[in-house]
Design a protein around this ligand. Structure first.
Ligand code: NAD
Ligand SMILES: O=C(O)C(=O)C[C@@H](O)[C@H](O)[C@H](O)COP(=O)(O)O
Ligand code: ZN
Length: 353
């Protein structure tokens, strides 16, 4: 088993990573009298029984969301709240997020708000949620006018990552998770980029050892950044590489048309194009980024028909905007990124026209 610790003082917690972790009841840090598992109608038939058997409690209930990004909404948040109140869920109970990033983000937001704060644990079942969304405490729901616009920072009590669950994940979803994996390499780790290039086939074959190392590496990188800057006052914004463009794609298309990871992949290429325009990346480096994304079946262009003017309204209301100025995370060298605050409309027009 790999363990990564997120060091946040009294809000510190472990991330445990292992195959068959969900068969090991001793993986739970502490006991609760009342537990509510939140999942969806795709994941529950696969893993709900295993997760239920981890708990020995008098009160255990399950709430199932409809599946999909389109349901990461305030409306579903309201339905969960009603369910908790109807089941007299106490503030010292435990919420369990069993699913991908959609279930994790909405459950975390419920945990942040229910009676002003309840405990929750993350049991992420997609690659994307294992390497990214289950860690760091960003929780949210979407709004038609912007992605993750309503949310809170709320750290989980622990994160349980059973890498065996990836065997049932559709390949398109696995690829979407690889976009966030590649993101870590482009933020700060050129050696990790080479590792991913060298291990593409074993990763795609779900080699247990390679997947375990890769998930641990991403969780460690994210844990280190979050420990430095929990609420994104500075360095944490690096985790947003590709997201300023990517969130615009998701919102413009309508949530769920492109997967989050697909939008981030195309967004990272757009960010890399800005970097190349500024002389920070060579054409060969841009080609190398595109090649790796494409080997994992990810898009490297924005959706057909989406022009730079379509991005602008969303990018101008991105959460990173400060004093009215857009801020972008851009690679300033291969495997090294920075937050840049002097990109303007005309530069974007000239690159993407
Ligand atoms: N909080 C954060 O820091 C953070 C980070 C990255 C992404 N996100 C958010 O995460 C969301 C995307 O998460 P996602 O990519 O996990 O998508 P998702 O939660 O929609 O899950 C993807 C699909 O896979 C299914 N699924 C999940 N686990 C499965 C399994 N083991 N076997 C078979 N099917 C399975 C789901 O039911 C769903 O259909 C977005 O809303 C994004 O904004 C949040
Ligand atoms: O944890 C973070 O910080 C991230 O930015 C991780 C991203 O992969 C993730 O998609 C996050 O939800 C985006 O955050 P947002 O603040 O731009 O909504
Ligand atoms: Zn993301």
């Amino acid at each position: 088993m790999h363990r990564v610790q997120v060091e946040l003082g009294e809000r510190s917690y472990p991330i445990d990573i292992a195959p068959s972790l969900l068969q090991q009841p001793e993986c739970l840090l502490r006991t609760y009298r009342h537990v509510i598992i939140i999942s969806n109608d795709t994941v529950a038939p696969l893993y709900l029984e295993s997760v239920k058997s981890l708990f020995e409690v008098s009160q255990l209930h399950t709430f199932l969301l409809p599946d999909g990004e389109a349901y990461k909404t305030l409306e579903q948040f309201g339905h969960i709240m009603t369910f908790l109140l109807e089941h007299k869920f106490p503030r010292d109970g435990l919420l369990v997020a069993l699913g991908g990033g959609v279930v994790g983000d909405i459950t975390g937001f419920v945990a942040a708000c229910y009676q002003r704060g309840a405990d929750f644990i993350q049991i992420p079942t997609t690659l994307l949620s294992q390497v990214d969304s289950s860690v760091g405490g960003k929780t949210a729901v979407n709004h038609p006018l912007g992605k993750n616009m309503i949310g809170a920072f709320k750290q989980p009590q622990q994160v349980l990552i059973d890498t065996d669950v990836l065997t049932t994940l559709p390949s398109r979803e696995f690829a979407a998770g690889m976009a966030e994996v590649i993101k870590y390499a482009l933020i700060a780790d050129a050696d990790f980029f080479s590792f991913l290039e060298q291990h593409t086939s074993t990763i795609q074959a779900l080699d247990s050892e390679v997947i375990g190392r890769m998930v641990q590496h991403c969780c460690q990188m994210k844990a280190d950044i979050v420990a430095m800057d929990e609420t994104e006052q500075g360095q944490r914004a690096l985790l947003n590489l590709g997201h300023t463009f990517g969130h615009a794609i998701e919102a413009w298309l309508g949530y769920g048309r492109w997967l989050h990871g697909e939008a981030v992949a195309a967004g990272m290429v757009m960010a890399a194009r800005v970097s190349m325009h500024r002389g920070w990346l060579t054409q060969a480096e841009l080609d190398r980024i595109c090649a790796l994304l494409q080997r994992f079946g990810l898009p490297i262009e924005p959706p057909e028909g989406m022009v730079i003017a379509d991005f602008m309204p969303f990018m101008k209301t991105d959460k990173k905007v400060r004093a009215g100025q857009m801020r972008f995370v851009l690679p300033t060298a291969f495997g090294y990124s920075k937050v840049i605050d002097d990109v303007n409309d005309s530069e974007l027009q000239s690159i993407f026209a």
